[in-house]
Design a protein around this ligand. Structure first.
Ligand code: NAP
Ligand code: ZN
Ligand code: ZN
Length: 346
């Protein structure tokens, strides 16, 4: 066992505080990763503040992990010391069910083991990336291509795959009109990835404050959802809408923006149930769907795609002591576009 520094939440109301945690001995199939950077996902905040009602304190959050392999177990074949490696939202699954066999480990029928706040196979609780190191089975570790800087790569492990997977699944590409609702951590990755796949991307943000950024990241159009004209002028305009908003929206208004057979994919996980009115759903034979991160093979495909297209996240690197302030800024939609913790400051 090795003791490492970390930042943890001890309740839903108090700020996160410095702490130490234990990491297990490197087993035959394990990889020891010296964590360099960890992104702050809005899911960390929902979890820590118990907005999903499933918090087990203390929690060390962090599922956008990028670092360097320093030790590997005797049976490990995929990694060697010195490799750049990443860990996303889960660190294990059953490996036998149809979902696991299909590389859709996020839908493991026996439940994936989350990177933090989950029961690990040894009965202890998993703890995440706001820490100096982590030990993970090699089958749940991703290769980060050397051309990607580790700080800008960290958010790809959640925000990147969460937007890449539905863009691929619903065939974003030339001729597809894709709208991205919310220009935050997920949203800005959706814009970059959608553009790189060849789709025509429109940002729907609360205001026009970030319009210059949105267009620079690859959007062709940018509208403010606070302006009621937006919903009139864009009626029936999109094939695919990715909703990345962390709060509940008036779904009927957004469904009205889809053309015939269009799909709204819900990526945000707001605190309250999502209400869907009938008329705008049935009109145009529209669909509403959801998408949850992505499996290991697709996450690797996403990282390789990002390396090929020179895509990283737009980040603000912070010291660990700034985590609580960063949380407030994310909740206030004041993030451009992902906070990434420099774990050397833990
Ligand atoms: P984020 O950085 O906070 O981005 C969310 C964006 O939504 C904000 O930047 C803001 O963009 C917009 N927004 C916030 N509050 C709003 C409101 N009341 N009305 C309208 N728009 C609002 O969060 P994130 O890290 O991208 O995560 C977004 C959501 O996805 C969270 O609920 C998170 O838990 C969830 N998530 C899901 C998955 C998955 O697998 N499906 C994975 C990761 C995260 P504008 O300022 O541009 O309006
Ligand atoms: Zn996340
Ligand atoms: Zn499984």
């Amino acid at each position: 066992m090795v003791t490492v520094s970390a930042y943890a939440a001890t309740s839903g109301k108090d700020p996160l505080v410095p702490t130490t945690i234990e990491r297990r001995e490197v087993g035959p199939h394990d990889v020891f990763i010296d964590i360099k950077f960890a992104g702050i996902c809005h899911s960390d905040i929902h979890t820590v503040r118990d907005e999903w009602g499933r918090a087990n304190y203390p929690i060390v959050p962090g599922h956008e992990i990028a670092g360097v392999v320093t030790e590997v177990g005797s049976e490990v074949t995929k990694f060697k010391p010195g490799d750049h490696a990443g860990v996303g939202c889960f660190v294990n699954s059953c490996r036998e069910c149809p979902s696991c066999v299909a590389g859709l480990e996020q839908f493991c029928e026996r439940g994936m083991v989350g990177t933090y706040g989950a029961k690990d196979r040894d009965g202890t609780q998993t703890q995440g990336g706001y820490s100096q190191a982590v030990v993970v089975d090699e089958n749940y570790v991703l290769r980060i291509p050397d051309s990607l800087p580790l700080d800008a790569a960290a958010p790809l492990l959640c925000a990147g795959i969460t937007t890449f997977s539905p863009l691929r699944h619903w065939n974003a590409g030339p001729g597809k009109r894709v709208a991205v609702v919310g220009l935050g951590g997920l949203g800005h990755m959706a814009v970059k990835l959608g553009k790189a796949m060849g789709a025509e991307v429109t940002v729907l943000s609360q205001s026009l404050k970030k319009m210059e950024d949105g267009l620079r990241l690859g959007a062709s159009h940018y509208y403010a959802t606070a302006d009621p004209d937006t919903f009139k002028s864009l009626r029936n305009s999109f094939d695919l809408i990715l909703n990345t908003v962390s709060s509940n929206l008036d779904m009927g208004k957004y469904l009205g923006l889809l053309g015939v057979d269009g799909t709204l994919v819900e990526l945000g996980l707001p605190e309250h149930p999502i209400e869907v009115p009938g008329f705008p759903l049935l009109t145009n034979r529209r669909s509403i769907s959801g998408s949850l991160i992505g499996g290991i093979p697709e996450t690797q495909e996403m990282l390789d795609f990002c390396a090929k297209h020179g895509i990283g996240s737009e980040i603000e690197v912070i010291d660990a002591s700034y985590i609580n302030e960063a949380y407030e800024r994310v909740v206030a939609s004041d993030v451009r576009y992902r906070f990434v913790i420099d774990t050397a400051t833990l």
